[in-house]
Design a protein around this ligand. Structure first.
Ligand code: KIV
Length: 270
């Protein structure tokens, strides 16, 4: 079945089966009902309702000011319109400082925001939180590599894992999160050869953003791939609207490019 014919709801089992047969998962961010409908009809199988919404919708300089009520508002928009794609919703900055707080907030994302899975940033330091969520029936996606909620710590949006120690730490984070029970991983802004090692080392699907072609799927911020975002864009972003003339066609071209492995190309990787 091609992406554009996809109508049956995508479940974790669907995604696991795609992963096992080596079919790439096409994911985009979405934050509202209209784009959600267009994206699903163009074949997108998985959404991240990401805290990137703070930057692309709310005008913040980073994702740090985004609150749980912000995430609930936008996630609910998507849940009301969504029919088929798997929905991952970000736990925003400061909402998962300890296991009990994380569980209370993750439950709200599921109950009020329609999340199928929640995503949190961090590695080995988040094991206790992931274990607590998983033991209470919440599906968790880890997010390693560049962690936008910690951008102040890095002094900017920089590629992570370029040196041996950094690469080893990212690999160790992936393994620790898998051991803790995550069912998916997002890897952001790391060299393509490191992503290949991570993808080979874990059994769960690895979704890349600026992480090269070896991942099991790709995600981009919707507004970046439609060329709406102004200012400096990282090298991994490709404007699919420019070549395709319409939003539906641009998204379908993205889905096809992820599926056939032509995106990301070498020029989009580190
Ligand atoms: O916030 C976000 O949109 C994200 C992804 C694009 C990975 O976390």
């Amino acid at each position: 079945m091609t992406g554009s014919q996809q109508k049956t709801p995508v479940t974790l089992n669907t995604l696991r089966a795609m992963h096992q047969r080596g079919e790439k998962i096409a994911c985009l961010t979405t934050y509202d009902a209209s784009f959600t409908r267009v994206l699903e009809s163009a074949g997108v199988e998985m959404f991240i309702i990401g805290d990137s919404l703070g930057m692309v919708l709310m005008g913040y300089e980073s994702t740090v000011p985004v609150t749980l009520p912000d995430m609930l508002h936008y996630a609910a928009n998507v849940a009301r319109a969504g029919r088929s794609a798997w929905r991952i919703v970000d736990l925003p900055y400061g909402s998962y400082e300890n296991p009990d707080q994380a569980l209370a907030n993750a439950r709200r994302l599921v109950n009020e925001g329609g999340a199928h899975m929640v995503k949190l940033e961090g590695g080995a330091d988040k094991v206790a939180i992931v274990e607590h969520l998983v033991s209470h029936g919440i599906s968790v996606c880890g997010h390693i590599g560049l962690l936008p909620q910690s951008v102040e710590k890095y002094g900017g949006y920089k590629v992570q894992g370029r040196d041996a120690a950094g690469a080893a730490a990212i690999l160790a984070d992936a393994l620790a999160l898998q051991q803790a029970g995550v069912e998916m991983l997002v890897v952001e802004c790391v060299p393509a050869d490191l992503t290949a090692q991570v993808t080979a080392a874990v059994d769960v699907p690895v979704i890349g953003i600026g992480a090269g072609a070896a991942c099991d799927g790709q995600v981009l911020v919707l507004y970046d791939m439609l060329g709406i975002t102004t200012g400096h864009l990282p090298r991994f972003v490709k404007n699919f609207l420019q070549e395709n003339g319409g939003i539906h066609t641009a998204v379908a071209a993205y889905v096809n490019a992820v599926k056939d492995g032509s995106y990301p190309a070498a020029e989009h990787s580190y």
